[in-house]
Design a protein around this ligand. Structure first.
Ligand SMILES: Nc1nc2c(ncn2[C@@H]2O[C@H](COP(=O)(O)OP(=O)(O)OP(=O)(O)O)[C@@H](O)[C@H]2O)c(=O)[nH]1
Length: 441
């Protein structure tokens, strides 16, 4: 279970890492592309403004493009008048610096060549859309291509188009532009890394909290599995896990109550079964053990003694003239006599002895680990106790005595044989005049 919880943690954190890296990389890439696009648009607008201003001033100075070109090239004109394209409040040196070609411009005299450097920024066309400079892919006099026509920007003088220029597709950055773009890129990378780390930390903390809540549920379920009912888990929040925890708590409570009820029922059933078993082994009148108990438990006790080669004695006693007691004093008095005799038998024996009502007015006592001499002494005590007992409370004229036959296990191989042996001696005791113990053949 722990292994699964750890792997879930790792899986969640890995997902967070991959997700944050992917998201931040996507956002960073998109933001970078947008910023560079805006940045290039800004440069392009700036260049367009300067071209517009430079070319219109050039044409205005000499009246027309053709006249101007006869006097001096556009490039020389602009070089001579850097203030035309100079940015106000800027250290830059006008259009050429802006175009990133100021150094080359001082070294190369050929106008078209120089403009070819500028052509990386723009082409010039007259109002009839013919190229005014010899710059690939346009040779001087070539008409603008249809695909470029919509991108042409007019150069106006007094509201009249005097020329068109076409911005080149590739914008050339100045060192300052490059530095600025690099700064943007670095800022974006740094921001992205910080954002990724924050996403990772926050995501990991959330994942760990999520896993912890799942672990609490798992621990509670395991506890129920080991029998510890009535588990309760914290259910902070009303999200899916919170609702699961609440449902679990309700289920756990119901389970606890059902389990408690089941245990109580089970206990009642056990107690009743025990009572029934006890009753099945008890004589209802005297509460002594009955014959069934002697046959089952008594037999096991006997066999145990035989196996261990221990002495084992058994007596059977029969109340004398019990029929006369019933007949003379009533059956109810007879019952009271049986109960009183049972009490005396219990008083005269040890808890390890097994005292039972064997039949109507017959009683059997088993003496485990007791030799016949000691058992005979006990039986004599019983006989005396019954004879000398004060029976007046039951009936003023009542007299009770008992005859007892006693035998010890020697070669008998069953309890019933031993009891039969004792019964023979009881018969002898009765024959000899009753109220006596016979332990010899
Ligand atoms: N009151 C009462 N009498 C019982 C009960 N069980 C058996 N008896 C009576 O016990 C009497 C036994 O009498 P007998 O077997 O003739 O023997 P006895 O009268 O004791 O004569 P001896 O044994 O020879 O001394 C019968 O009358 C039974 O009805 C009982 O639970 N209650």
């Amino acid at each position: 279970m722990q292994v699964n919880a750890i792997s879930l943690k790792i899986r969640l954190i890995l997902s967070m890492v991959l997700l944050s890296i992917f998201s931040i990389a996507t956002v960073g890439w998109f933001a970078h592309a947008q910023l560079i696009k805006r940045f290039d648009e800004g440069i392009a607008n700036d260049v367009a403004m300067h071209i517009n201003k430079g070319v219109s001033t050039y044409i205005a100075t000499y009246g027309s493009w053709e006249e101007a070109e006869k006097k001096e090239s556009l490039f020389h004109f602009l070089e001579k008048h850097p203030e035309i394209t100079h940015k106000p409040h800027s250290d830059e040196e006008g259009l050429f610096h802006l175009l990133g070609s100021n150094t080359l411009s001082k070294e190369i005299d050929d106008t078209d060549h120089k403009l070819s450097m500028l052509s990386m920024q723009f082409h010039l066309f007259d109002p009839q859309f013919r190229s005014l400079v010899d710059l690939p892919p346009y040779r001087r006099g070539f008409t603008v291509l249809d695909e470029d026509r919509n991108s042409l920007k007019p150069i106006l003088m007094n509201g009249k188009v005097v020329a068109y220029f076409l911005m080149a597709k590739n914008i050339i950055h100045s060192p300052v532009d490059d530095a600025y773009a690099a700064l943007i890129r670095n800022s974006l990378i740094t921001g992205s890394i910080v954002a990724a780390l924050m996403a990772l930390v926050v995501g990991s903390l959330m994942s760990l909290r999520l896993v912890r809540r799942l672990e609490q549920l798992t621990e509670a379920v395991n506890a129920i599995d080991t029998g510890q009912m009535n588990q309760f888990v914290e259910h902070a929040g009303n999200d899916e896990i919170g609702k699961l925890a609440q449902a679990f708590n309700r289920m756990s409570e119901r389970l606890y109550l059902a389990d408690k009820h089941l245990r109580e029922s089970h206990q009642q059933i056990e107690e009743q079964a025990k009572l029934l078993k006890e009753q099945s082994f008890r004589d209802p009148l005297t509460r002594l053990y009955n014959r069934r108990y002697i046959d089952q438990t008594g037999t096991k006790t006997f066999e145990h003694a035989v196996r261990l080669n221990q002495p084992f004695s058994a007596m059977i006693g029969d109340i004398d003239f019990f029929k006369s007691i019933n007949d003379r004093f009533s059956h109810a008095i007879g019952d009271l006599v049986l109960q009183e005799v049972a009490t005396i038998l219990l008083q005269q024996t040890r808890t390890t002895d097994i005292v039972a009502r064997y039949g109507g007015e017959e009683f059997v006592i088993l003496f485990p680990e007791v030799a016949i001499s000691k058992a005979a002494f006990c039986c004599e005590q019983i006989r005396l106790a019954i004879t000398q007992h004060n029976w007046q409370p039951i009936h003023p004229e009542l007299q009770v005595s008992i005859s007892i036959g006693l035998a010890e296990h020697t070669e008998e191989n069953s309890l019933s044989t031993l009891i039969r042996h004792a019964d023979l001696r009881l018969y002898k005791a009765k024959s000899n005049g009753r109220n006596q113990v016979v332990s010899l053949d």
